[in-house]
Write a protein that binds this ligand. Structure first.
Ligand SMILES: [Zn+2]
Length: 401
């Protein structure tokens, strides 16, 4: 009994600590009073937790704020120098590796181009390992201070010691990415699907803040998504949920990279858009080619027609999400999603309106992501942050502040 009671007290302390850390991480700077209001913990509990976090150097005082008539209140924030997290985005056209401090400010980044028609896993692994070395060297951070590395992968990730990746469109069938990377680094590794890491970044820091039910759509060469139901990422039975790119928009339509026909990705992914424009040869630089297509819309009837059609298909795909899921917000991101949305958002909204039921459409907004094309890497870096905030102390000892 006594052990159980001690355990309960310890659990409570850990829960309080996690609640305060999460609140500060997602909304800094905050005063002790703000934290008490945000977490529902008593002023005394917050004061205790904050004392502990200040002693450990995880939290720092970052100035004073006036309070109405009373004494100025100390404002608190995460100590940027306590530790660092690294986010990796295995994209279709490039591998990005970025190092962030605890306030999620970027300290260093490395990028490597990828051939979108050939995703050799050995090349990707070598790029990630050189990227890790590069960002640690460029930022001047001691590797012992790196809390962990999050990796946003294409396709479905089967969690486990090997971290198996299944990505039909890349020809990756149970690729043991975790095992391959661990052969080259001792840093703690965390994996999730790239669309889901982007969704998490937009929900925590960008266009999704404050929403409980949202869909974050990732459009690059292909199309993916992250579904947030009541504040939680919906994953499905085997973590494969939200493969928005492969919902069927035309029965018997264009052939898709997945082997099926008529998928949304076969119309609204950048690769498919460029193919319809007759520019598949531009695949080695799809980002520039899509920009040229958007620029040509004013003078080329073909370019304008393809973009109109793309907005129609994207709107129809979003309408299916609205009818099926009743989200408060639909957020368009990914490098192609941001380029397309920047020009076509009114047409995409109009197509979504035409194809969805009035009532759920009226409850939804369709917006652009706020974090830019780097949101996948930023979101990947939140994976090690999650376990850190929940109480796992993976970082090696180091000086405070
Ligand atoms: Zn498909």
């Amino acid at each position: 009994m006594r052990d159980r009671k001690r355990g309960t007290v310890r659990d409570l302390r850990r829960d309080n600590r996690a609640a305060v850390l999460w609140s500060l991480y997602l909304g800094q700077p905050r005063s002790r009073q703000d934290l008490s209001m945000a977490t529902g913990l008593s002023a005394a509990s917050v004061t205790n937790v904050i004392r502990e976090l200040l002693d450990e150097g995880i939290v720092v005082e970052i100035g004073l704020a006036d309070s109405d008539g009373g004494r100025p209140r100390a404002m608190l924030g995460m100590n940027p120098r306590y530790g660092y997290v690294i986010g990796v985005d295995i994209g279709e056209t490039r591998t990005r590796v970025e190092l962030f401090d605890l306030t999620m400010s970027e300290r260093a980044k490395a990028e490597f181009p990828l051939d979108p028609y050939k995703h050799d896993v050995n090349v990707v692994v070598a790029q990630i390992l050189s990227g890790l070395d590069a960002v640690i060297a460029d930022s001047g951070v001691d590797q012992a201070f790196v809390i962990g590395v999050g990796i946003g992968v294409p396709g479905v990730i089967e969690q486990g010691p090997d971290a198996l990746v299944h990505c039909q469109t890349y020809g990756w069938d149970a690729v043991p990415l975790g095992r391959m990377l661990r052969a080259g680094t001792t840093l703690p590794l965390h994996f999730d699907n790239g669309a889901k890491t982007m969704g998490q970044a937009e929900m925590w820091f960008g266009g999704g803040r404050g929403a409980r039910n949202a869909v974050v759509v990732l459009i690059g060469s292909g199309v993916g998504a992250s579904l947030i139901f009541d504040g939680t990422n919906y994953r499905g039975a085997t973590s494969s949920a939200a493969e928005l790119g492969h919902i069927i928009v035309v029965v018997g339509g264009r052939k898709c990279r997945c082997g099926s026909t008529g998928c949304l990705e076969a119309y609204a992914g950048a690769e498919a858009i460029l193919e319809r424009y007759g520019r598949p040869m531009a695949a080695d630089d799809q980002e520039a080619a899509l920009g040229e297509l958007l620029d040509a819309a004013g003078t080329s009837a073909l370019a304008a027609a393809i973009l109109d059609e793309t907005a129609q298909f994207l709107g129809a795909g979003i309408a299916s999400l609205i009818n099926l899921l009743n989200p408060e917000r639909v957020i368009l991101g990914g490098w192609a999603g941001l380029q397309l949305g920047g020009r076509l958002l009114p047409q995409i909204r109009e197509s979504a309106r035409q194809h969805s039921l009035r009532h759920p459409f009226a409850a939804t907004t369709i917006e652009l992501g706020q974090l830019g094309p780097g949101a996948v890497a930023l979101g990947a870096a939140t994976l090690p942050m999650e376990s850190f905030l929940n109480g796992s102390r993976t970082r090696a000892a180091g000086p405070a502040a």
